[in-house]
Design a protein around this ligand. Sequence first.
Ligand SMILES: O=C(O)CCC(=O)C(=O)O
Ligand SMILES: [Fe+2]
Length: 423
Amino acid sequence: MASSSTSSHPLLHTSRDYSNVTEIPYCSVPPTYNEFLRKYLEPNIPVLIGPALTASWKARQEWVDHATGKPDFGKLRSQLCGDRPVQVPVADCQCKDFTDQKRSTMDLKEFLDEWEAQSKDGVSSRMYLKDFHFVKTFPNYTAYVTPEIFRDDWMNEFWTKRIDMDDDYRFVYCGGDGTFTPFHADVYRSYSWSANICGVKKWTLFPPDQEHLFHDSLRNSVYDIENVDAKAFPLFQVAKRFTIYQQPGETLFVPSGWWHQVQNIGDTISINHNWCNGSNLDLILESILTDLDQVEQEIEHLQESMEEGEWIETCQRLLLLNSGWDWSTIWQMCSTIKNRVRRQLEHRDKIMELSPSYEPTTYFVEDGVEKRKTIPVYLPPLVSQQPALELTLERLDAILNFIRKDKSARYFLTKVKGYTLDE
Ligand SMILES: O=C(O)CCC(=O)C(=O)O
Ligand SMILES: [Fe+2]
């Protein structure tokens, strides 16, 4: 059985109440950072933001044929496809593969050629270019600058600072009419934001408190909300939901744990990030503990034949494989962010001069020791986020202390990873 429980966790917000949400708010004027923090991030409520937020992006100016509103296939090809092939991930929207669509890779030029031909013929598309790590693939292109309200982003800050791997959560999606993303909640219960460059995206969003209505007895979830087996999911139709049509230039903030399905209408291109920070850290932790619980239950039959240390290590290995995190990932992420926040608090006066590129080099913390990395990294939070820094530090300390006190986490980090967990 699970050794950890979230019930007494100091980070858990007392409540997030979705019962009063009757529609998805629309901000034609983008909110200030503090407004966004208070109205949407902390209460975990979606918001659709008007096109002013993305108006200056190169992606909006150059990737779209402004006469037709369709993708500018010629420019996309000439700017992104050189002599070398660029392999991109694609999903086959007509082929279900467990809980997702069947994935493969394709050369970007080939994808664009096929897409353009289908678009000209007016036929609906099947292949959906998704989870394409655009910034990692084209680091000098600068298709967009992450808006300030989304800049307190620990996942992308940490993953780009990591020296043990090269990964991030910054994506481009391209798909023709009829392509879609099946029903899901985002990885680790992270937030996402999704900015639409062209086309229309139909989003159907379900608050986290409806989740019990779309799982069956074996914990399988609905795959496609347009085709639900009423026998397996008898209560699905009563689940509260919100539908929005996201127009070109608009950006949707998708909060933690909100389930959603996305349908593309016309040829669409969008940019999205998965992210987390002090406002949803408790939900991220809860998701890790739930995943760990599940791993422990799945291999419960092996527990008796193992020493305690071997059991803890095995569960962490499986957790990392299944969910992409283990205790050391979250420990290192929080330590890395904590050091950056501390530095910002120490140099408050300088932040004004140094923003937005406050940290020209980057620091990644491993076992309490900072290691430098010199590649350009994710932009750190800006001046207007400074009032939230003290609270952020408090929340980071709370989670680090929680991990220090958790028996299995402590064993894994000190004995297996060799960390010291100093305060
Ligand atoms: O645009 C899509 O197809 C899916 C995007 C999504 O699921 C997200 O941004 O969380
Ligand atoms: Fe999503």
